[in-house]
Unconditional design. Structure first.
Length: 149
């Protein structure tokens, strides 16, 4: 049967700072991120299934991506574990929504993290095909399963 790619788009507001970066982005600043998630699979063929003709219910995909990524990161502050203890202390005082990652929170590293989270969470009958993360209107990164076998 034919394989079909299915894409859903998500938006979230997130602040970050790039540790030791040689430009303005070393300061805490925010982005309106746009994340496109594409899965691939075969449409359900069983007549009696409520999901007949669907690779995956868009609603189920939305629930998984929100649970694994968006609900946590939306309106949060994300920094690398390498930032100073002083900054971490200040963040703890200033916001209850912050995450200390074991990586520099660039578009590239966030996609690697997102891909792992989603690959673990998607049902077996579909595969993660690609991710696209817009950090600004004119800057984005992409992850493709085919590049990472
Ligand atoms: N390869 C990467 N480069 C940069 C990243 C990144 O995640 N990966 N991130 C940043 C900053 O966090 C921020 O996103 C600034 O990006 P940039 O596109 O340079 O934004 P500008 O508004 O300055 O760009 P304009 O082209 O002037 O709109 C930096 N680099
Ligand atoms: Zn940035």
């Amino acid at each position: 049967m034919a394989k079909i790619r299915l894409t859903k788009e998500f938006r979230f507001e997130m602040a970050h700072a790039l540790y030791n970066y040689d430009g303005l982005c070393k300061n805490i600043h925010g982005h309106s991120y746009i994340l496109q998630v594409t899965v691939i699979g075969e449409p359900v063929p069983e007549d009696e299934s409520p999901k007949l003709g669907m690779v995956m219910d868009f609603g189920d995909l939305k629930a998984i991506v929100n649970r694994e990524i968006v609900n946590d990161l939306d309106h949060s502050v994300v920094v690398s574990h390498k930032v100073s203890a002083d900054l971490l202390k200040q963040m703890g005082q200033m916001t209850e929504r912050y995450f200390i990652m074991d990586y520099q929170p660039t578009c590239e590293n966030m996609l690697i993290d997102f891909a792992a989270r989603l690959q673990n969470a998607l049902p077996e009958r579909v595969a993660l095909f690609s991710l696209k993360l817009h950090e600004t209107a004119n800057s984005f990164a992409e992850w493709y399963a085919s590049d990472n076998i």
